[in-house]
Design a protein around this ligand. Sequence first.
Ligand code: SF4
Length: 378
Amino acid sequence: MKGMDVLEKAVAGERLSEEEVLSLFDLPLPELAAAAHEVRLRKTDPEVVTFLIDRNINYTNVCTVACAFCAFYRTKRQKDAYTLSYEAIAEKIEELYRVGGRRILLQGGVNPELPLEWYLDLLRYLKGRFPDLRIDAFSPEEILGLERLTGLRAEAILERMKEAGLDGMPGAGAEILVDEVRLKAAPARIRVADWYRIVDAAQALGLYTLASMVIGFGEGKEERAAHLLGLRAQQDRALERHKNGFAAFALWTLQVEHTRLKGKAPGATAHEYLKTLAVARLTLDNFAHFQASWPTLGFKVAQAALYYGADDFGSTMLEENVVSAAGGHGRTHATVREIVRHIVDAGFRPAERDPLYRILRYPDPEAILKEPVELPMA
Ligand code: SF4
């Protein structure tokens, strides 16, 4: 099938084969963009771009996995190794409440000093102190670490966490879901089969999950296509078996500054980012929402991404330490005012949403732009 026929097929809502997905990577960017944007306009409110107010709290930087692309982790003996106290985490949440946010991401290293009870007590403590707080926390890698520590399976760990107050387990740690790529970048990193097994366990329990992808490890189009096709298959399974699939897809580019991969991994250009995003929109026919990533490539590329398949501007990410430790484009948090301004400038109506993409409010851009309110910094 010729390239343009493949695009027509995707725009018509038909599922693409593996060969067709691969062929998309060779098509010119403008044609890919036009098709991806058409699909986006059909699947989500064409006038609206959503965003979320949240805070990412990195509760510990102690980690035994030692990924070569990570500048955030420390060994427990390093001077700047830390684990936040429950009270320190609560203080950060109070700051979030003061700017209207009600959702946190809690993510950290695989710290063998922290037993399962530490996590369960933390969840109970936070839900007791902030009853309307939404907690999307931990990654398949952290859950795998707890499996090894406790001898329990992910299902049992996540069930206990859910009882203690966990609302979701974001899909961090996906990077490229092809073991050969992962082994080169991080030999001890969670393998593909375990990542899917633990995500599936979370989805079976009705927990929120997010599908993500990081490009720039030196992977080729075959590996990128395999990643997308694996996510599409998992989404089919999860929706059919659990009636609970990934809430959205988020694409990032690898940041290697201050990491052992500097000079060894090529990273990805804005052109590659936009192309891969458009291919993802055309391939993942069972996903509704796609995030534009401003922390890795900046606000301008994120605005462009709104015409390459994305319908969401991500979140304020008040306090984010993992991307910022590895470089990023210099900004890893945004104010509501900035996000609203960039959405309006790109030609859309901003809408604040919750993690499940339910609209909470349509902020009045004029009022917000007149009165700049800066989010507090950690
Ligand atoms: S990316 Fe996560 S698992 Fe890997 S070293 Fe950093 S904190 Fe640890």
